[in-house]
Write a protein that binds this ligand. Structure first.
Ligand code: NDP
Length: 248
């Protein structure tokens, strides 16, 4: 499908949870939202419907962000089709939790490949187009645990802390081309990723949140929409925590 629009947005992992809320929040008339997913095509279609209901145009593809070649092909195709990329949101993420001494190498690699290398792959491919057009807004989804640490998540925490460093380095590299690079650090958000926590663990988690509630995907999407908007034009290299005060 060929799409033309005034504003071209790319969101990774847009089929469910926080990614779907971001796709919806960034949708508007004259905006095309490209999003990718890993395997869940029914969920992807539901996101596309939400984008259309919000007035935007939707294009979605099954692309593994961990594959450098697949991402280069995908984003090369987006640039060819849409002519530009204005906003890139690196949201795709997975967990493979376990204590360090028992963690399998494959679980370490999978989490680093999707959560950290995936963002590198997408920023590299989109960054070239943004440099040429002298405009871009890149928003990377990290996590509160990337700043605070968390036992049982050495791989995930390493990837999310890596995202914060990557954000700051690339913010400095690209600032002269009018490209801002920021991160959003969600706390405990109600999505499939957190759905298997039992009631006891949930209550313990909420007791750690000063605002005393679990966050919604929309709470996170609102911060992303702000960073993508002209109101945030003078903000780069920052991490906005959306965690109900879990980390200060
Ligand atoms: P979900 O598990 O609900 O959704 C993950 C999304 O990422 C899905 O769209 C999934 O596609 C996609 N995805 C997974 N692997 C890949 C891949 N290799 N290539 C492309 N897409 C992929 O996660 P959340 O919405 O909860 O999380 C979104 C982001 O927010 C993640 O980066 C996560 O680490 C971060 N985060 C979440 C928190 C939370 O409490 N939920 C807290 C802090 C950070 P598919 O549907 O096909 O599987």
């Amino acid at each position: 499908m060929t799409e033309t629009a005034d504003r071209v947005v790319v969101v990774t992992g847009g089929s469910r949870g926080i990614g779907r809320a971001i796709c919806t929040a960034l949708s508007a008339p004259e905006t095309v939202v490209y999003f990718n997913y890993s395997s869940n095509s029914d969920a992807a279609e539901a996101t596309a419907e939400a984008i259309r209901e919000a007035g935007g145009k939707a294009c979605y593809h099954q692309v593994d962000v961990a594959s450098t070649d697949a991402v280069a092909d995908y984003l090369g195709g987006v640039i060819k089709e849409a002519g530009r990329i204005d906003v890139l949101v690196n949201n795709a993420g997975i967990t493979r939790d376990g204590l360090l001494v028992r963690m399998k190498e494959s679980d370490w690699d999978a989490v680093l490949d999707v959560n950290l290398k995936g963002a590198f792959n997408c920023m590299k491919a989109a960054g070239k187009a943004m440099m040429k057009q002298r405009y871009g807004r890149i928003i990377n989804i990290t996590s509160v645990v990337g700043a605070a640490g968390n036992p049982g998540q050495a791989n995930y925490v390493a990837a999310k802390a890596g995202i914060i460093g990557l954000t700051k380095a690339v913010a400095k590299e690209l600032a002269s081309r009018n490209i801002t690079v920021n991160a959003v650090a969600p706390g405990y958000i109600a999505t499939d990723m957190t759905s298997d926590l039992g009631d006891k663990a949930k209550a313990a988690m909420i007791s750690q949140i000063p605002l005393a509630r679990i966050g919604t995907p929309e709470d996170v999407a609102a911060a992303v929409a702000f960073l993508a908007s002209p109101a945030a034009d003078y903000i780069t290299g920052q991490v906005i925590h959306v965690s109900g005060g879990m980390y200060m």
